[in-house]
Ligand binder design. Structure first.
Ligand code: ATP
Ligand code: MG
Ligand code: MG
Length: 551
């Protein structure tokens, strides 16, 4: 094994293997199909699948679909797609559904009843809560606790057969009403609920509770290490109780770790749903959100998300990671892999008055100066170009080295140009900048007779592809924090800027959905997968080039 420091979960697994408790490591990711996955789930997916890979074991994706109220097939499909994307691939032989075990769970419950370890209880939900007691006070036994095994078997079967109203009877584990751990005070393990299940339809009118179902799911799948988040720590004694009482060969072990939180980022389902319903964002995959679908649409890569999860570490201590770290990871991932191209976001015409009319020349431009293996491309150049408005000033501020009357700059990958004149409209807005070029100064010609301080990018007006570019900021107003006093989200009014008169190199007309590029000086961008068409291309800014993240 590697000598790098191992996380606490690896230490536990190492010991289980060393001491012979485990031969083949089996992990699982168990989402409830009641919503879209987000960056927090990515942590669980990467952790569990990573451990299986590291130990030459197996990773299961299991839909924890035991509570039909909010579960839908739509979510199953999106989860399958997201897990496949994060992991690179997904072995469909290791995709399971908890609902496939309903018969077996029923058998386990019958087994408990026969052992005198479970009973049917007629108390209402409120009464059960009342009898349960508090942290300071032990609970009281239910008056139904001493029903005979025969009576319990009969009642439980009739619960299953639909003889009782929803909520009128439950099956409870018979453990200890005075346990200091409230989860052990005869927890409910089955309830009557007439709900249609997205896979089993109306076959069942009783459904198992999470704390009973989950250890059974893990046990039957041969899961060895059942990794979950910290809020389940004090459910572990119940998990172990179920594992022991059902008495099957496999004895999975639950391990808890701290959830991933992002500073100033909304991950809660409830809040995202509200943003979607209020029309503030364009669905669950709006590029400003951190659902996996949104991160993908924004242009993040699985590699960048994996790097982020690794940097954020695995521990039992609650902490919050910075979105700037995620941005750092995508810059690192794309830096050497993506072509660097020119795009003008806020165009103004640059006319080279001494360049021949109706002539286009094709300049050889390196695709990525830091990675020569990426080769080069031909970029058209002509008499009329677009440059970004901020690269020209009538009256330059101090230390401004870009274009202004009389100044000479380099047009990136092309020639030196000197500004000779400009044209404004009646409001004083610059509509054209005029300049002359010096043919001697062509990029790559070795010209070094004089130097210029500024280099600006451009695109050739005649051949450019017009497009829309979307810039994003945090959906949350960071100055004020995520939530207002009334619990609503502090929405940043500038979270989306749409620029609809942008120009990019013609080569970009061939780009497909989700293809990504560096636009020099502007950042990394990708083709929007929802709104971009051949006729009207739309690019999302993934991240700017400047980093606020300190490693
Ligand atoms: P949410 O309410 O945010 O959707 P959840 O816990 O209800 O989260 P599940 O579908 O039950 O979502 O979760 C599937 C798995 O993902 C669980 O093992 C859970 O512990 C894990 N998980 C959920 N959120 C995070 C997070 N922020 N960081 C790490 N793991 C997480
Ligand atoms: Mg969930
Ligand atoms: Mg949950």
């Amino acid at each position: 094994k590697e000598t790098v420091s191992r996380n606490f979960i690896e230490n536990i697994i190492d010991k289980d293997i060393e001491e012979g408790r485990c031969k083949k490591v089996v992990t699982r990711f168990p989402p409830e199909p009641n919503g879209y996955l987000h960056i927090g789930h990515a942590k669980s997916i990467i952790l569990n699948s990573g451990l299986a890979k590291e130990y030459g074991g197996q990773f299961n994706l299991r839909f924890d679909d035991t509570n039909p109220t909010k579960e839908k097939s739509e979510f199953v499909d999106s989860i399958l797609e997201d897990v496949k994307w994060i992991c690179g691939d997904l072995d469909m032989e290791h995709v399971f559904y908890a609902s496939d075990y309903f018969d077996m769970m029923y058998e386990c419950a019958v087994k408990l009843i026969k052992k005198g370890k479970a009973y049917v209880c007629d108390l209402s939900a409120d009464e059960i809560r009342e009898y349960r007691g508090t942290l300071k006070e032990p609970g009281k036994n239910s008056p139904y606790r001493d029903r005979t095994v025969e009576e319990n078997l009969d009642l439980f079967e009739r619960m299953k057969n639909g003889e009782f109203e929803d909520g009128s009877k439950v099956l409870r584990a018979k453990i200890d009403m005075s346990s200091p751990n409230i989860n052990m005070r005869d927890p409910v393990i089955y309830r009557v609920a007439r709900m249609s299940h997205h896979r089993t339809g109306d076959k069942w009118c009783i459904y198992p509770m999470y704390d009973f179902a989950h250890p059974i799911e893990d046990t039957v799948e041969g899961v060895t290490h059942s990794i979950c988040t910290l809020e389940f720590e004090d459910h572990r004694p119940l998990y172990d109780w179920v594992v022991n009482e059902i008495d099957m060969e496999n004895k999975p072990r639950q391990i808890e770790f701290a959830k991933l939180y992002l500073t100033n980022v909304v991950t809660g389902k409830r809040y995202i749903k509200k943003l979607v319903e209020d029309g503030i964002v364009d669905g669950w995959d709006d590029p400003r959100l951190v659902s996996i679908a949104a991160l993908k649409r924004r242009g993040f890569t699985p590699e960048s998300i994996r790097m982020f999860i690794e940097l954020s570490g695995i521990s039992k201590a609650q902490s919050s990671s910075d979105y700037a770290m995620l941005e750092y990871c995508i810059r690192e991932d794309l830096k050497m892999k993506r072509p660097r191209m020119m795009a003008v976001l806020d165009p103004v015409k640059l006319v080279i008055t001494n360049y021949p009319e109706n002539e286009i020349e094709y300049l050889d431009v390196s695709n990525n100066q830091e990675n020569p293996e990426m080769g080069s491309r031909k970029v058209p150049f002509g008499r009329v170009l677009y440059i970004d408005r901020e690269d020209f000033k009538i009256e330059p501020p101090r230390k401004y080295f870009r274009l202004y009357p009389g100044n000479e700059v380099r047009l990136m990958n092309a020639y030196f140009v000197t500004c000779t004149d400009y044209v404004t409209d009646e409001d004083g807005n610059v509509t054209e900048v005029h300049c002359t070029y010096d043919p001697e100064t062509k990029s790559g010609s070795g010209f070094n007779a004089r130097k210029v301080k500024g280099t600006i990018h451009w695109v050739c007006a005649e051949t450019a592809e017009k497009c829309e570019i979307r810039l994003y900021e945090n959906i949350v107003d960071e100055e004020k924090g995520v939530y207002n006093e009334d619990g609503s989200i502090n929405v940043n009014p500038n979270s989306l800027t749409v620029l609809d008169d942008c120009y990019v190199e013609p080569a970009l007309a061939e780009a497909e959905a989700l293809d990504s590029f560096q636009f020099v000086r502007h950042g990394y961008f990708c083709v929007d997968s929802k709104d971009s068409t051949k006729e009207h291309m739309v690019f999302n800014r993934i991240v700017s080039l400047k980093s606020s993240y300190k490693q």
